[in-house]
Write a new protein. Structure first.
Length: 268
């Protein structure tokens, strides 16, 4: 039996503080592992996501994301963490490009103050005409309105305090899968706040969800009449996201902090 050592990094994304933001495991690969192996590694890591990427012949990083339960179509914080690893450990500078099947190309740029900016497709939600019963009754505080995009249902509240206090009925919200649920409201300190529940796809509450801000940012940009916004994800770990909205693309920026650099041992 031979053993293979693969590099692994654990990065706290969307934060300047260790133990805040959202943890992502990042594993650069020379070639793809089997799906079952990547899922096993992600389950073993037991973080919101583990990102795997392979640099192709065109210099583009093909990326895939796995929660402990399943492969995920789109993950912002693990993309941010992967870019941090590429810029800080793999020799790239300035601009890189990811590609993922569900979202296409994601251009990533180094910015000032240690920020890394990602370009996402605009995934603005639309107002729901019919609200699923599990969504109406699955949150302890009744929202003002409901919206939906490709990823999640949006429950809109009047205040950040409601967002922080709401308690999800996870069994009811699980029945809404494959869609997740984001709760959101204006913020006194930031432009808007949110929390993200995903019992059908990964866990109870995601600490910071970069991908959903491709929908939250255009939603609040229209409501607040501005194209540059600062967002708080008000989970227990919390995180801050800097958002810039254009018609076609949503630009999400954040900081990262390294927690761990090591290796994974696999038996061949």
């Amino acid at each position: 039996m031979t053993r293979t050592q693969l590099p692994i990094y654990i990065i706290d994304a969307f934060t300047k503080e260790l133990f805040k933001g959202n943890q992502a495991a990042v594993m650069p690969l020379n070639s793809w592992l089997s799906e079952s192996m990547m899922q096993s590694i992600a389950s073993e890591n037991n973080l919101s996501e583990t990102a795997f990427f392979v640099k192709n012949e065109e210099g583009i990083y093909e990326i895939r994301w796995f929660s402990p339960l399943k492969e995920i179509d789109f993950c912002g914080h693990a993309t941010l963490a992967s870019a941090y690893v590429i810029f800080n450990y793999l020799g790239a500078k300035g601009t890189i490009r990811f590609w993922a099947k569900a979202v296409g190309t994601i251009d990533v740029n180094e910015r000032e103050r240690g920020l890394i900016e990602m370009s996402f497709p605009n995934r603005a939600p639309e107002k729901l005409s019919e609200v699923p019963e599990a969504l109406k009754t699955g949150l302890s505080i009744t929202p003002l309105e409901f919206h939906k995009n490709q990823q999640a249902y949006f429950a809109v509240y009047a205040s950040e305090e409601d967002v922080k206090k709401v308690v999800p009925d996870l069994e009811k919200l699980k029945t809404l899968g494959p869609l997740d649920v984001v709760v959101t409201a204006p913020s006194k300190t930031y432009d808007f706040a949110s929390r993200y529940f995903w019992p059908a796809n990964g866990g109870v509450e995601d600490p910071v969800t970069g991908s959903i801000h491709a929908g939250l940012a255009p939603f609040w940009a229209k409501r607040l009449g501005k194209t540059e916004l600062i967002a708080l994800q008000a989970s227990a770990r919390s995180g801050v996201l800097y958002c810039r909205v254009s018609e076609e693309r949503i630009f999400i920026s954040g900081n990262c902090v390294e927690y761990l650099k090591g290796s994974v041992t696999l038996n061949d």
